[in-house]
Structures are given as structure tokens and as C-alpha cells.
Design a protein around this ligand. Sequence first.
Ligand code: 5CA
Length: 446
Amino acid sequence: MRLSRYFLPVLKENPAEAQIVSHRYMLRAGMIKQQAAGIYSWLPLGYRVLKRIEQIVHEEQVRAGHIPLLMPTLQPADLWRESGRYDDYGQEMLRIRDRHERDMLYGPTNEEMITDIFRAHVGSYKDLPLTLYHIQWKFRDEVRPRFGVMRGREFLMKDGYNFDVDRDSALHAYNRHMVSYLRSYERMGLTAIPMRAASGPIGGDNTHEFLVLASTGESEVFYDDRVTALKLGSRDIDYDDRDGVAKVCEEFTTLYARTDETHDAAVFDGVPEAHRKVGRGIEVGQIFYFGTKYSESMGATVVTNDGSRVPVEMGSHGIGVSRLLGAIIEASHDDKGIIWPEGVTPFHVGIVNLKQGDAEADAACNAIYKLVAALGLEALYDDTEARAGEKFAKMDLIGLPWRITVGPRGLKNGVVELTSRRTGESVELPPEEAVAKIAEIYAAHR
Ligand code: 5CA
């Protein structure tokens, strides 16, 4: 993309309404625009990152054997009357009446609807296990929407629902979700710690939240800091191997890590003092096992191999897709702007032309731009007439992890400059080598 033809409405001033750094930078980098409290337009740069995050989530869900579909945002109230949640959900639910006086709602989550789909089409244990998920907009009329996309009213969520014949199989689904979530967050450059939590309006007695440590987080967290060093890395996961998957979950959930809702001071005291940490975290996901809570009230049953009919075992599992942008920025920025992890960056590399209009510099930039595209990567090429300082400040603000700077002086020696946004370090390389280096870096993130 050539910057001269792009839509990147950056702000020079800090917006007064933004209290935390991620909100400030998302507004300043022209990623979002508020349309009403907690409701945002996703401008092109923000939309790119949102799509990258969605893509990672999709890939990891499919890898775990889960199946994507798409349910609507508007739901009939009658489904929620069956589960009893229409009255229970309270003011967070946006209720709408259509022209025929039918009660509708903008979905805050989809347990009822997915159970309805299940009961219409599945009746035998032979069709199980089954996990369906979608990535769809939700609406929760939060009392205090704040911090930009972090606590929105309209927000994008990945929500998945497992259907299993018995408790053990449902717990295996729970574990698959835990591992696939850990993989997803790691690919986004995040450390998200599974913490024992409370289940709230979704229900059930087995639930973990995934928290990214950040001083601006809304949850208070208590943890053994050795938990922050755990990584899945590139290990191969066989999602059909129940014991193997359970072992990974055990590895990530044995050390003490809880939110204030489940914190137990007596148990926490058993953590060696040097490792005992209290901090704050951003909840970027939550998984629930709730058994037959919805299937019983809504009549979603299957015939088992001994011929009896039982309510299907279920759980639901959510990732805060739009919230993740805020969480990633909170975890990865400096005083100049955002520093995108390679896995989610809106463009792979920025190209800065120090002397736009200089025939040699222009030609070199065009060649680099084409080379990047030929390798399947995307560059944002600042081909504007702006001063060098302004171009650098903009690149730093929008946070592309790599920048290639092209100027007449370097070109005389046959080199351009390759700069890491994270470390600020630069190396001089011939243009083809700079591009090859970038391709190599991203190959490790695919
Ligand atoms: N049905 C279950 C799992 S699918 C569910 O709704 N879980 S949840 O309530 O925990 O939401 C899942 C994730 O959505 C949360 O972990 C959080 O990351 C994100 N989320 C929840 N509320 C908001 C909000 N107001 N703004 C942005 N993200 C949110």
C-alpha cells in the first residue's frame, strides 16, 4: 500500500478522552473512531489488525478440530425464555421489538441459539464430539464502557460451543480450548495466563479466564510469577490425545494463578514469597464447562450407545477478539507509539523514502515494494512529500515492527537501512538482502 493512496487519519494531539495508552494510540494511529459510547468504526489500519487476529483465531480453532459457522447478531427472545436467561440477564441485554411486536435482542452470547441448532439436527451420540464456533459481533449494554475497544458495548468475540456425550469428553473439549487459546495468544506475541475464575451469567463450576498482565487491567490477579515463563513454543499438539492435552493444561494451571473472585489467601501463602505476585490483568478470553445447564432446559438430547436418551454435555469458550487489540498495545508499546508483534502487524514492513522525487530513490523504493509483494508480504510505502522526521514519527506511532529506509546517500553505496521498531537497531544492507531478511523473520511466524 502506498501511503499517498491510503486512508490513515493520524492525530497529532493526544485525545483528551483516552485514559490509557492503548486507547490513546488507537485513536492517534487512525485505527478506530468512536460513533457512540462503546461503539466504534474500524478504520483501515485497525481493521487490518482485527482481521489478522481473527485469522489466527480461526487457524488455531480449525487445528483443534473445531468447526466455523456464523449465527446472526439479532436473536428471538423466545429462545432465551426457554433457558430462563431472558429475565436473568438484566440491563446488559439490548432488547429490541420488531414491527410485528416480536421481542428480539442483540446477542450478548450464543448458548441458546447454538443449542437450538444442535437440537434441530443432532440426536445421536454417533454425531459427537462436535464443537462449533463463530466470530461475530456482540452487544452488552455495559454501565461503564471505557478504555476504547477494551470495554466496548459492541465488540467482536470468538465464541465456541462443545457438545459431548459425557463429562469426560466435555472436559477434553475444555482442555482443547485451553491449549488452542494458549497457542493463539502466543502467536499474537502475548503471554496470557489461565486463571481460575468465577462463571457469572454463563454458569457452570469449571472456568478459567486468560489474563494478560498489565497495570491498566480491570482485574486484580494473584499469581506465582513462575507461571509467566511457561510457553507452548513450537511443540506439536495432538488434539485427539486426551492425556497429552490434559498434561499441557496441567502444566499451565498447577502454579497458583487466580483472579480476585476465586483468590484464596491461605493457599496463596503457600507460594514461596519471592514468587508471590499481586498485579492487574486484562481478560482476553474465558472458557466454561457447564454440563447440561442449557441442554436440559432446552431439550437438547442424544441417544447413547445403550439406547437411553440423555441431555448433551456442553461448554462455551470465548476470546475477546476486538479487546485483544487493546491488550496487545498495552503489552507492547513505548513513548513513541505501538510496537506490533510480527504475528498481528497491519503491514509487515514500512518503507520510508527520504527523498521522494529523486529518481534513484523512487526507483529503489518501487523495486523494494515489488519485491516484498512478490514474497507474499505487505509493505506500507511512505511515498509522500513529508519531511523525514515526520515520516519516522508516523512509522513509529503506527508500530510496524520493521522499517526499510531508502535515501540517496545509502544508495550511493548500494545499501538501505533495515530498522527494528522494538530495539531501534539498524543495519545497512543491499535492498534485496534487507527484504530477504524480513521474509526470513516472517517465515518463522507462519
Ligand atoms: N459465552 C461465553 C464464552 S463464549 C462468554 O460470553 N464469555 S465471556 O463473557 O467471558 O466473554 C468472552 C470474552 O469476550 C471475554 O473474555 C472478553 O475478552 C471479551 N469481552 C467481554 N465483554 C467485553 C466487552 N464489553 N468489550 C470487549 N470485550 C469483551
